[in-house]
Design a protein around this ligand. Sequence first.
Ligand SMILES: Cc1cc2ncn([C@H]3O[C@H](COP(=O)(O)O)[C@@H](O)[C@H]3O)c2cc1C
Ligand SMILES: O=C(O)c1cccnc1
Length: 375
Amino acid sequence: MRTSERTLVTDQAPTVFPPIVAPDADARAAAAARQEQLTKPPGSLGRLETLGNWIAACQGTCPPRPLQRTRVVVFAGDHGIARSGVSAYPSEVTAQMVANFRTGGAAVNVLAAASGATVRVVDIAVDADTAAEISTHKVRRSSGAIDREDALTADETAAAISAGAAICDEEVDSGADLLIAGEMGIGNTTPAAVLVAALTDTEPVLVVGRGTGIDDAGWSRKAAAVRDALHRAAPVGPDPQGLLRVAGGADLAAMAGFLAQAAVRRTPVLLDGAVVTAAALVADRLAPGARAWWVAGHRSTEPMHTLALAELDLEPLLDLQLRLGEGSGALAALPLVQAAVATLGEMATFADAGVSTADAGVSTADAGVSTADPA
Ligand SMILES: Cc1cc2ncn([C@H]3O[C@H](COP(=O)(O)O)[C@@H](O)[C@H]3O)c2cc1C
Ligand SMILES: O=C(O)c1cccnc1
């Protein structure tokens, strides 16, 4: 059913983000002009150029400052739907992986260390008691089983969005100049798929993927769960806060708040995989225009990810067939962002290095060859 055919119910007290200011167009233009002066044919660094220009625009200065503090926040939360056989793993793995993050043994830790980022894990809704220092923003133990009950109450939804925004503020206030959201939660690809289906008006079978590696029977159970949750969510239509409440979860709501607040705080974000991008899709509805502050690190193999990226008009930097989450795909792309900033900031110009520009060369007519095409 299309949303226009439904009676829409909007959540009562919506969490309001201030209007999003776009990254600085003047700094982006100055960066694009500087790229033309650097000792390379125009455009020859391809996507690294537009990436560097984007960082300059986000910082409001050209050349951009080197990135000093890239911070990954892993949002951990369990989901009642995991009891319906939609994941290849049991819910206990969420808390066990939280412990693994804290001792540095997970992919996110190793990838972060490899490119100089640091990792913080926050328990938003793990179905276990975790250490006090990571549970200050905890909303509840596990979100509801979305095929038959709401994921959250309205108050919990607002609290989770606010928690994510507060976590973002803590990180920006501590000096973070590039943010990455990661996630850990057995079963979380199921609510993420529901959010993407609802916001892109897509059928369940087209959004449901294999997650942690479910077999065909598990995939069928997952598609049925997505169908039932979408049915339950129909009355809220595309209302972002209502969707998070009925068919999302506390971790997804917190990530949406975090991503929206990053745009409010004019701090760039490198997006991770399908689950984070599902939260991003909601965040861009909560704070229209927030997407201008995000770059997609990679494309995961989950089908919903391609749909969500297309809806956000984001082109991923990498496609490595990753399907992990945690922030791993964003971290795989981080060296590209660092390279983009370094080339824009540190390469010599033609004038500095005494290198001849294209128009100083042999004329096209004389040599019978084309000179550089600035396009
Ligand atoms: C050991 C382990 C580590 C992980 N790290 C991220 N995920 C990923 O898999 C889960 C989502 O997939 P599904 O919806 O199929 O459960 C999330 O926890 C996600 O972060 C992991 C999953 C496992 C098993
Ligand atoms: O792309 C993701 O975010 C993802 C894929 C599979 C499992 N967990 C997360």
